[in-house]
Design a protein around this ligand. Structure first.
Ligand SMILES: Cc1cc2nc3c(=O)[nH]c(=O)nc-3n(C[C@H](O)[C@H](O)[C@H](O)COP(=O)(O)O)c2cc1C
Length: 308
């Protein structure tokens, strides 16, 4: 059984693929995702120029997830543009994640991506780990400006990767902007920024950059991610698809994200920790749960979270 879905009208064989970041920065890593059970191939967020990223240690698995402050290490957008034809050979959608350090960088990268065969573009407005660059998604004026400029030039279906929101007033403000600019999809959530995890033996943080402050992922963030998906499902125009990400570890987690309103989900920390087998495992668990509950399609349950 396969439960297909669509994001911005692009066909996905099923609803589970990789989140931008973990093990998706090189052609070798992306080929592994291409050969895995993932429904699509998502690239590491790229910048105009190649970046080394932050000093190590910058990622640590934790009892219930992960903390990272990678600082966007990537090969620079030109390399990912060159990789698109090679990645397309895997026969699944290719999603390019773009994370310019300024508006001009985003414009230059998106123009180049227009001329590729990439299927979707995810504009990352929410990286919490670049020193001196606050998350754009928390600055509504800047988000408005970025979207005004990029929506004019982009010819690919463009979605935005959002930071987690915590206040109903902020959900409303950002949703109004996303509706106004008619983005094609939203992906929520990025890691919860500026968490601090302490090793009591060493009496020190577990990662080095930013004095130990990093983005939290995994089980710690699932309830926040579900809340963001559900709130956006309520506030966004129904033409805008929602991709859920944050703390997905098994088929039941996927089911919950679809109930909250997601059309597809991404795996970050669990892929980093478990490797590429995680996609087929979680898809199988999700399919079995759907079958057990008597559901035959994602649309039968999407956004159908019951009220108490
Ligand atoms: C090591 C690592 C690197 C990441 N890099 C990126 C990135 O480049 N772009 C991005 O949009 N999100 C990035 N993220 C965030 C993930 O895509 C995801 O939103 C977050 O980890 C929550 O999902 P999870 O709980 O499944 O890990 C990164 C996460 C991790 C753990």
């Amino acid at each position: 059984m396969s439960l297909p879905t669509k994001i911005a009208n692009v066909d996905f064989e099923h609803c589970i693929f990789n989140a931008s970041g973990p093990s998706c920065a090189t052609l070798e890593e992306l080929d592994i995702i291409g050969k895995s059970g993932a429904a699509a191939i998502m690239t590491k967020s790229c910048t105009l120029k190649p970046r080394e990223g932050n000093p190590e240690p910058r990622y640590t698995g934790l009892p219930l997830g992960s903390i990272n402050s990678m600082g966007l290490p990537n090969l620079g957008y030109k390399k990912y543009v060159e990789m698109v034809p090679l990645l397309k050979k895997h026969g699944k959608p290719v999603v390019m994640s773009v994370s310019g350090l300024c508006l001009a960088d985003n414009i230059e990268m998106l123009r180049a991506i227009n001329d590729t065969d990439a299927d979707l573009v995810e504009l990352n407005l929410s990286c919490p780990n670049v020193v001196g660059k606050p998350q754009i998604g928390y600055d509504f004026e800047q988000t408005d400006e970025v979207l005004t400029k990029v929506m004019k030039l982009v010819r690919k279906p463009l979605g935005v990767k959002l930071p987690p929101y915590f206040d109903f007033a902020h959900y409303k403000q950002i949703a109004e902007l996303l509706n106004k600019h008619k983005v094609k999809f939203v992906t929520c959530i990025n890691s919860i920024g500026n968490a601090l995890y302490i090793d009591p033996d060493k009496e020190a943080p577990v990662i080095k950059p930013k004095g130990g402050f990093g983005g939290l992922g995994g089980k710690y963030v699932k309830p926040t991610a579900l809340a963001n998906v559900h709130k956006f499902a309520e506030l966004l125009d129904p033409s805008i698809d929602i991709i859920g990400v944050g703390g997905i570890n098994n088929g039941t987690d996927v089911f919950e994200f679809i109930l909250a309103g997601a059309k597809a989900v991404q795996l970050g920390t669990v892929f980093q920790e478990e490797g590429p087998e995680t996609f087929a495992r979680i898809e199988k668990e999700f399919n079995e749960l759907m079958k057990k509950k008597g559901y035959a399609s994602i649309e039968e349950i999407r956004g159908k979270l019951k009220a108490l």
